[in-house]
Design a binder for this molecule. Structure first.
Ligand code: ATP
Ligand code: MG
Length: 765
């Protein structure tokens, strides 16, 4: 007689159950988003233990992020109905490999207490190596070499195995420098991230006894997000599974989004060849999203060629259509999303109430987070940033802020230390110690110490010239900061340019380089909302102090990449503009490879949403103080019209763009533009007000038709006497008089003051 199924099996559909109960031999679960792959994988772990097939420490389960690993461990416990006594081998590729490599370090010439270098250390080491060569590091930056070496490691190429076709890399010196770098790491008893897998693959290939040991230890292997494994990870898995072939991989070719980091979607497509006789399970029922959301996601991904193609269906109720909204600029987008989040929380959108934990903002590029962080801090909306530092904690932002700090307060020695040799000015440890000593002896700040050091020739040569230049630049920038006629935004940009800091990142050829430049632009943009550098720095120091506690409900902010595998009842997808999403890089590239990866990213984004999915775009983003107009993302045109609802934004522009962006959505929407123009509350749109105050600056690219209509209305004043407004520094107040761009405002708290119009926005409380 059949035993009643265990509770963890009862919640599964027949296909999932087949994947869970096919305990031995290779299993591939290839299925679309939200079909319960991860759930089935977790149930499989439980089943293996329940059936006595393996002890917890005999199961190797690999997830993509540490967060996913923690969650899986928790779910295993819940399904099993008891605390799991350790699953030491449930983790990311990296965490598992660190553990293994510590045990066998001597086989690759390391000691078991080796250190793991971070990206900064790695770079420093490469620079030291380059110093001993005659390579011009301006033309051939160390970062470029780091990128090349990472790429080789992702392919599991040790220096001996790098194919001859790569010999031209890095001015023909790449291979030799790679070998030198590896030798240096060994001397230092250190590894970088790429080495963790590279060394383990090497050990398994060269030492049969070690491989055998782990083949029998790991009786069952399970891998989530298999579509994003790179060659090294793939080889490592194949070696381990080569004996018993008890390997279960789950993935979705449509969610392969790490091609830029060496992932090969081919790995998943090749599974049946690698493991002949594999049980292949396809799951088609989606349990996560409403039909509208699912249809929108399917519509977008259908634009990719060469997919395996999948059917997805759901039993959920129709629910909300995917909501689409256009905004004037990124700040307005952040403001609107903040308000929308609060409305969803209160349940005033005709939908149920959502907790902050239920909501997430998924961005394409990390620099997009800044606008949200600033806005949420201003309105006191709790948030967390997942998978990376918060904006103001990033390396390049801290560097730039250090420059601003020395300029506004020259006695800020910590800031000076941070920037004195960033970018490189040839000031080694010795020169820096000299500056310290002189400053100490004279009882003056480091900047002055530096000046004395140069004057007294305590530092000489090239370094002295560079240092002398820096010191006089700082003094000059300081004078400019005190000049009311010079915009602090322009000044900030000037500081970053003249100091060589921007150029340092422009020369950077690693995948992170462009992101860092974007963040710097974003920083300059953030300055616009403050009256001067000082005010801005105070704001940031408040943010940094304001480190809110871990508990309590919070909105999550993360990149689309970090959102893989996660789900949220309500998801916001901002910044759907050509050039941002899809990224400029993918659009410039010849061929469609990059664009297809971006499209998969769009698919990942939409499919994170369970009930409410809101896509937005801004018609303008400010880049280094200049408007750049943007076109709505081409992916917006790919959203199937029947499943999208176009929302009317609070301001006029978004309305115009919202409609214009929906080129594919038929005439009904389009012909509504004029009406909307007439109706929209133009004067309350912050984008409008900012345009007013900066009317000299027109969009740099060709304005679109709808915008032209709008710009004709410029004669109208942005503010009216009696209007309630908000000022960054003084808070809420009412306008008493208007004089050109100056406003007399009676502030609730700060009394009556004359302020510049562009620091004032409508009070939308
Ligand atoms: P992704 O591709 O995004 O990683 P996935 O295929 O791994 O998605 P899961 O995260 O495992 O999907 O499942 C999506 C949601 O559906 C989860 O909330 C899960 O609990 C639920 N779910 C999965 N299978 C079932 C089922 N048979 N019955 C009810 N709910 C299910
Ligand atoms: Mg999953």
């Amino acid at each position: 007689a059949a035993r009643p199924a265990a509770p963890y099996l009862e919640g599964l559909n027949p296909a999932q159950r087949a994947a869970v109960e096919a305990l031995d031999g290779p299993v591939l679960m290839l299925a679309g988003a939200g079909t319960g792959k991860t759930k089935a994988l977790t149930a499989r772990i439980v089943h293996l233990m329940a059936m006595g097939k393996a002890r917890p420490d005999q199961i190797l389960a690999v997830t993509f992020t540490n967060k996913a690993a923690r969650e899986m461990k928790k779910r295993v416990g819940t399904m099993l109905g008891q605390q799991v006594e350790g699953m030491p081998w449930l983790g990311t590729f990296h965490s598992v490999c660190v553990k293994l490599l510590r045990r066998h370090a001597e086989l690759v010439g390391l000691k078991s207490n080796f250190t793991i270098l971070d990206t900064d250390d790695q770079l420093r080491l490469l620079k030291q190596l380059l110093a001993a060569t005659n390579i011009d590091d301006k033309r051939w930056p160390a970062r470029m070499l780091a990128g090349i070496i990472d790429g080789w490691k992702n392919r599991a190429w040790t220096p001996e195995k790098v194919p001859a076709a790569e010999a031209g890399a890095y001015n023909n010196r790449g291979m030799e420098l790679y070998a030198a770098y590896q030798a240096r790491l060994r001397d230092l008893n250190a590894v970088d991230f790429g080495d963790l897998l590279l060394h383990m693959v090497h050990i398994f290939q060269k030492h049969d006894d070690v491989l055998e040991q782990y083949r029998s230890r790991f009786r069952y292997i399970l891998v989530d997000e298999y579509q994003d494994t790179n060659v090294a990870q793939y080889l490592w898995l194949r070696l381990l599974a080569g004996g018993h072939r008890n390997i279960c991989c789950v993935g979705d070719d449509d969610q392969s989004i790490y091609g830029w980091r060496g992932a090969e979607v081919g790995n998943i497509l090749r599974f049946e060849t690698d493991f002949p006789g594999a049980t292949v399970v396809r799951l088609e029922q989606n349990y996560r999203s409403t039909p509208h959301i699912l249809a929108a996601a399917s519509g977008v991904i259908a634009g990719n060629q060469g997919r395996l193609g999948k059917t997805l269906w759901t039993q959920e109720q129709d629910g909300e259509k995917v909501r689409l909204i256009g905004h004037w600029d990124g700040e307005e987008e952040a403001r609107w999303i903040g308000e929308e989040i609060e409305a969803l929380q209160r349940g005033t959108r005709g939908m149920r109430q959502y907790s902050l934990d239920d909501m997430a903002i998924l961005v394409r590029a990390s620099h997009q987070m800044r606008a949200f962080e600033d806005r949420f801090l201003t309105i006191g909306l709790p948030y967390r940033v997942i998978g990376g530092p918060r904006f103001y904690e990033r390396l390049e932002i801290r560097d730039a802020m250090a420059y601003f700090r020395v300029v506004t307060s020259p006695a800020d020695d910590l800031a000076f230390e941070r920037i004195v040799n960033t970018p490189k000015r040839g000031l080694g440890d010795k020169a820096q110690q000299t500056i310290q000593r002189i400053a100490r002896d004279n009882g003056v700040p480091l900047v002055q110490g530096a000046q004395i050091a140069v004057g007294d020739k305590a530092i000489t040569g090239k370094a002295a010239v560079a240092l002398g230049q820096l010191v006089s630049d700082i003094a000059r920038w300081g004078r400019m900061a005190g000049d009311p006629d010079i915009s602090h935004v322009d000044l900030a940009e000037m500081i970053l340019d003249e100091s060589g800091y921007t150029a340092m990142w422009q020369a950077d050829k690693t995948p992170e380089g462009p992101g860092r430049l974007e963040n710097l632009k974003e920083l300059v943009k953030a300055l616009e909302q403050f009256e001067n550098l000082q005010g801005f720095l105070e704001h940031v120091s408040l943010i940094m102090d304001n480190e809110s506690s871990e508990d309590g409900e919070k909105v999550s902010i993360m990149t689309l990449h970090a959102a893989k595998g996660l789900e949220f009842p309500a998801v916001f997808l901002p910044g759907w503009e050509d050039g941002l999403f899809p990224s400029q890089r993918s659009m410039d590239e010849s061929g469609t490879k990059g664009l297809e990866e971006e499209r998969r990213l769009a698919y990942v984004g939409i499919t994170r949403a369970e009930e409410v999915c809101t896509i937005s775009f801004a018609g303008n983003r400010r880049v280094f103080g200049q408007w750049q107009s943007a076109l709505p993302s081409r992916f917006i045109d790919e959203l199937p019209e029947d499943h999208v609802e176009v929302l009317t934004p609070p301001g006029l522009y978004g309305g115009g763009f919202g409609a214009a962006g929906m080129g594919g959505l038929g005439g009904g929407v389009r012909s509504g533009i004029e009406d909307r123009v007439a109706e929209a509350n133009v004067y309350n749109s912050p984008g409008w007000k900012r345009l007013q105050s900066r009317s000299a600056q027109r969009p740099v690219s060709q304005p679109r038709e709808s915008r032209d209509t709008v710009i004709d209305l410029q004669a109208v004043s942005a503010h009216a006497v009696g209007e309630r407004v908000f000022h960054q520094k003084f808070g809420y107040g009412v306008i008493e008089a208007i004089e050109g761009d100056k406003l007399d405002i009676a502030f609730d708290k700060a009394g009556t003051k004359k302020v510049v119009a562009r620091f004032v926005t409508g009070a939308d409380d």
